[in-house]
Design a protein around this ligand. Structure first.
Ligand code: PLP
Length: 384
């Protein structure tokens, strides 16, 4: 197999904006100043300075006050995904609601926990509340209400869509009507380019049944393995009780807290425009190369574009041929809650160079056209 030169597969930020000097300076300072704390176990909530910095991040974005003592630091948001599910699950086979297309890491964690996922169809506004209601009604009648609803409501992975505020309120109301907790995974939160900013679920309602997950992976780097859960008591206590890993890495947290001590805006102002340019370049390439046969999302933030392919593309052949020609992407199937082979693919543009985007996209487009059974024009106008 040939070497992958154009990796549209993995969702990472631009490595060139990783703030080496800023983190070096922060590390030198905190290792000297916090030596005592570094020799101790962090406890279940974790480094107080980092919780304070992340409470500031949240309250600045959401315009509501966030108590640092209700934040629990985790090993990436992925630990938040697993821990919250473990805390809410009672038995193997418990039902949960997820978006029909969702993050493969979460889907895999839920499969490992033997949760029974019910997929909710999406549209341009994310998870559809009418379908959530339909499922809650059905499951309630069957006496197996879901243990929780998991949603990536902002810059959804893989579609890139943002759920409008009215829809967020509807989903909160449904959660309350059926007494089902909501887990909002907001790991792309501050990777914003343009368009309206929608509030997090917790900013709309004080309900302790709302659990919020966030991360440093997409604004700084996934190698830090830093994320957090924000939840209010008594839910917070339930989550803390489920934890048994002695807390998360104090050194990474202390360095990051120092780096972000005045807020995250300064670094976001450097990192986001670089990503935005690459989003634009990818959209432009799609228009030029695939405008006649495909439809795609136009994300206002996050790292992904969701592309709908013509039905007559041989998807297995496409994957093999693209890889052979040095292009990687993730197929729609990876995101489907039941691994259904669907005519979509996801393009991640964050960590590629502009040159790789401009060269890689035409190669992918040629492969898509070669793997079709016809030369027909597009017979659909929307993503779903
Ligand atoms: C929706 C979603 N949740 C969680 C994660 C995991 O991220 P982290 O590195 O914070 O564990 C990702 C990573 O791509 C993601 O897309």
């Amino acid at each position: 197999m040939s070497k992958i030169q154009y990796d549209f597969g993995s969702g990472r930020s631009d490595p060139s904006t990783f703030p080496v000097a800023g983190l070096q300076a922060a590390a030198t300072k905190v290792i000297a100043e916090q030596a005592q704390e570094l020799t101790e176990y962090p406890g279940n909530l974790g480094h107080p300075g980092m919780r304070k910095a992340m409470a500031l991040r949240e309250s600045e974005r959401e315009g509501v006050s966030v108590d640092p003592d209700h934040l629990m630091l985790t090993n990436g948001s992925m630990q938040g995904v697993t821990l919250s599910a473990e805390a809410l699950q009672e038995n193997h086979g418990d039902t949960i609601l997820v978006e029909e297309y969702s993050y493969p890491g979460t889907l895999s964690a839920y499969r490992n926990l033997k949760l029974d996922m019910v997929g909710i169809p999406l549209d341009e506004g994310g998870m559809r509340p009418d379908k959530v209601e339909e499922q809650l009604e059905r499951l309630s009648k069957e006496n197996r209400l879901p243990k929780f609803i998991y949603t990536i409501s902002t810059y959804q992975n893989p579609t890139g869509f943002v759920m409008p505020v009215a829809r967020r309120r509807q989903i909160i109301a449904l959660g309350q009507r059926y007494n089902v907790p909501i887990i909002e995974d907001n790991c792309y939160a501050d990777v914003h380019y343009d368009g309206p900013l929608e509030p997090a679920f917790y900013a709309l309602d004080d309900d302790p049944n709302i659990i919020y997950l966030c991360s440093l992976s997409k604004i700084l780097a996934p190698g830090l393995r830093l994320g957090y859960i924000y939840a209010k008591p008594p839910m917070l206590d339930r989550l803390l009780a489920r934890r048994s890993d002695a807390g998360s890495n104090t050194l990474a947290a202390a360095i990051t807290a120092e780096f972000y001590k005045d807020g995250i805006a300064a670094h976001a102002k450097v990192a986001n425009p670089v990503l935005q340019e690459k989003r634009d370049l990818t959209l432009q390439g799609l228009e030029e190369e695939l405008g006649d046969i495909c439809v795609w999302s136009v994300p206002v933030g996050g790292l992904f574009i969701w592309v709908r392919l013509p039905e007559d593309v041989d998807r297995q052949k496409l994957m093999a041929m693209s890889r052979e020609q040095g292009v990687a992407y993730l197929p729609g199937q990876s995101f489907h809650f039941q691994r259904r082979d669907v005519p979509y693919l996801r393009l991640a543009f964050g960590h590629l160079t502009p040159d790789q985007i401009s060269t890689g996209l035409p190669i992918l487009a040629r492969c898509i056209k070669t793997c079709r059974g016809s030369n027909e024009g597009r017979d659909f106008d929307s993503l779903f």
